[in-house]
Design a binder for this molecule. Structure first.
Ligand code: 3H9
Length: 699
């Protein structure tokens, strides 16, 4: 019997087995249509006297990968997933779930409500709801503790981590791993139930051993590590109820789930999820990328060694070029240390590290050794003349068709490309430090970069497990251009009365892991100093200039690496550097400024408004393809708090009218710095949000 073949859920009867097949590409998300379809298919299977065992599985590459998160925030439509799952658990006929691909969130909860769970090898299960600002809201917080106990349930639910089939079996989350085609396994398992070889039961009937100690310890841990977040704490609250009556626990779980749905953090985290995926939609997406089987990296400093490490970890052989033997030794040692760190973090075995160092990494001082490389990434000091001369040499050395990339963070990629006779092969690949850890890669497309070179940049990012964002050429591209702008607002507040510590604390309270002064100290104050010196001749006379950081650099204090900067670094927690504060005082006195008080709210408002203003100009100039690409840049490259979704999402929560009001108010004191971008003015007048903004037309 085949029923309703065009539906997202269909029921097929094979002898006495009812196969309930979910077919809602790409990831079988449990949309309203799927929930409706499951309810109908299960009801039909129940009513069919010829069916004695029901098996649920997914068509395509996966079981259900979770609730359809596009529906969150809209009015919920019945049947809700908890209702579907309660129906499955209550079924008199045994219902088995056969899992493959990624059985996540609401998908795994369908499995939990079933009377047995079978996974194909390679399946991953998990409850990642917390990463989206919600909690497992279709029975997960009540049924998982019943299966694996409170401590393991807390770990699974508050981390949201994915669990491989082997571990899931060991934990007791699944009953068996069975190899084969998912449909064949489904039919085999139905036979096993009939033959008494596969036990079926209701998870909801199991009792949970109370464990107050584990609950308290987890609550304390989250108070330390997730103080800004809403949903992890709600997860613990929900799991705590699992020792009681199932129906009551499920009711409360639903209430807590709805509180999470209503929280702005849920909107921010789901925006971040989609922003990451939207960034891959580029005009060049249809162009096949070129093969990259070998990489050359020029420069063995922090950036170059990090880039080399990232490539090596992705299985790409790397030739690292430095000018002198000493520099080469240092570069090689930095790569070896990075790989050792990867071993420590469990990302690499010691044997694999040894093999990479002996077979995949070539160290050389001869640039001619790059002749056969498919891709060369230049990562030397930010000096235009040096970069120009390197590209002239690469043009002579590299094979035709090789991609010539620069890791410059500010400089003009068009000018660098113009040094070669193959501008179509030149691109910016802007990594973020440490390059083997940070997930952002800005793919900077110059005027003449060929589409397949752009597509290759994106393919490389995927291989390196990075998030690529397409950027146009301008000083600083997307991220550093915006950073350079809002960093001035930070310095203005420092000059006008706020302390580095207050500014850092206010932004850390907003959710940044580190405030701007702590970040500057970490990055090295000399780096930004060099950039300021480079840009000094271009600085407009109307622009207010704050020389505090220059004065600190003149003392030879470059931050963490010299032990002092805005903070003093010793064995313990960094403490404010009194000598830096004295410089701040002196500069204020010299400029005849009477320091004034700033509230933490004003600090955050000024920084965010400055960031959003420049981001709006980045959009106006066509440097970013869409607002959410700017969010992706800040989320993956600048530690922007993920639960706030990124600067453009945050802008929408503030509203264009309020942003314009703020800029106009602050412009009374500094009309040069605080200017309303025309796009923001239009949004304030006509209404509209960045989220609604149409993507740039590119075809
Ligand atoms: C939940 O379940 C709540 C319940 O407890 C309670 C309910 C009451 N919804 O990532 P990909 C789209 S919360 C809608 O590129 P991959 C995605 O946007 C949910 N759409 O593929 C993309 O679209 P596009 C818990 C979704 O192979 C396309 O599918 N579940 C959803 O690299 C392909 O995705 C999760 O948190 C969704 N749930 O990775 C799982 N998921 O092509 C979230 C994906 O237009 N999903 N899309 O850009 C993932 O982690 C990954 O997508 C997955 C596949 C591992 C499944």
């Amino acid at each position: 019997m085949t029923d309703t073949p065009d539906k997202v859920v269909r029921l097929e009867r094979v002898d006495a087995t009812g196969l309930v097949i979910i077919d809602n590409p790409p990831v079988n998300a449990s949309s309203h249509a799927v929930r409706q379809g499951l309810t109908e298919a299960l009801a039909m299977a129940q009513a069919d006297d010829d069916i004695d065992v029901i098996v649920v599985f997914g068509a395509g590459r996966t079981f259900i990968a979770g609730a359809d998160i596009r529906e969150f925030g809209k009015p919920p439509l019945h049947p809700l997933l908890p209702e579907v799952n309660n129906g499955i658990e209550a079924s008199e006929k045994p219902v088995i779930a056969v899992l493959h691909g990624t059985a996540l969130g609401g998908g795994f909860e369908v499995g939990l409500a079933s009377h047995a769970r079978i996974a194909l090898p390679g399946t991953q299960v998990g409850l990642p709801e917390v990463t989206l600002g919600v909690l497992p809201g279709a029975g997960g917080t009540q049924r998982v503790p019943r299966l694996i106990g409170i401590p393991a349930a807390l770990d699974m639910i508050t981390s949201g981590r994915r669990i491989g089939a082997d571990e899931a079996l060991k934990l007791g989350l699944i009953d068996r791993i069975e190899a084969g085609d998912v449909r064949d396994v489904a039919l085999r398992m139905a036979e096993a139930v009939r033959a008494g070889d596969l036990k079926t039961w209701r998870t909801g009937d199991l009792a949970v051993t109370p464990d107050e100690t584990a609950l308290e310890a987890e609550a304390e841990r989250l108070d330390r590590t997730a103080r800004h977040l809403f949903s992890p704490h709600k997860c613990v609250e929900a799991v705590a109820l699992s020792t009681g009556d199932l129906a009551r626990g499920l009711t409360r779980e639903r209430e807590l789930f709805m509180e999470c749905i209503d929280s702005p953090q849920r909107a921010g985290l789901i925006h971040a999820f989609f922003a990451e995926r939207a960034a891959a939609r580029i005009p060049e997406a249809g162009t096949p990328p070129m093969q990259v089987e070998s990489v050359g990296v020029i420069g063995g400093g922090t950036m170059g060694s990090g880039i080399a490490t990232a490539c090596l970890l992705a299985g790409l052989p790397v030739t690292l070029v430095e000018q002198t033997d000493d520099a080469l030794d240092r570069g090689g040692a930095a790569v070896a240390a990075n790989l050792a760190q990867a071993v420590k973090r469990g990302k690499l075995t010691e044997d694999a590290r040894a093999a990479i160092l002996s077979d995949a990494l070539t160290l050389t001082t001869d640039m001619a050794d790059l002749a056969e490389a498919d891709l060369v990434i230049e990562a030397v000091f930010e000096d235009m003349d040096i970069k120009r001369s390197i590209f002239r040499r690469l043009d002579r050395i590299c094979k035709p068709g090789a991609i010539l990339a620069t890791n410059t963070s500010y400089l003009d990629v068009n000018a660098i490309a113009a040094e070669t006779t193959r501008q179509e092969d030149v691109i910016g690949l802007h990594f973020f430090s440490p390059a083997h850890v940070m997930r952002l890669l800005e793919v900077v497309v110059a005027h003449r970069t060929a589409p397949d070179v752009v597509a290759t940049g994106f393919a490389l990012a995927k291989r390196l497990r990075k998030v690529a964002v397409r950027a146009g050429v301008c000083d600083g591209f997307i991220g550093n251009r915006i950073l350079a702008h809002y960093r001035k607002a930070v310095d203005y507040m420092l000059m006008d009365g706020a302390s580095p510590q207050q500014i850092d604390a206010a932004l850390e309270d907003f959710g940044f892991a580190l405030g701007p002064f702590a970040v500057s100290d970490l990055a090295g104050l000399d780096i930004a100093w060099a950039t300021r010196k480079r840009k000094a001749p271009l600085r407009p006379p109307e622009e207010r200039y704050i020389a505090i950081a220059d004065r600190i650099c003149e003392m030879g204090w470059f931050g963490r690496k010299t032990g002092r900067g805005f903070y003093l670094y010793g064995d313990g927690k960094p403490v404010p550097n009194p000598d830096a504060l004295a410089i701040v005082d002196e500069e204020r006195t010299n400029a005849r400024i009477t320091p004034r008080d700033f509230t933490d709210d004003e600090i955050v408002a000024r920084v965010m408004t400055a960031m959003i203003s420049e981001a709006t100009r980045v959009l106006e100039d066509g440097i970013a393809l869409r607002p959410s690409d700017i969010d992706a840049v800040f989320l993956f490259g600048y530690g922007f708090p993920r639960h706030r979704g990124g600067p453009m999402h945050h802008a929408d929560t503030v509203g264009a009218a309020e942003l314009v009001r703020r800029i106009e108010a602050w412009a009374r004191d500094d009309p040069y710095y605080w200017q309303v971008p025309p796009l923001l003015a239009r949004m304030a007048q006509e209404g509209g949000t960045f989220a609604e903004m149409k993507e740039r037309e590119w075809t």
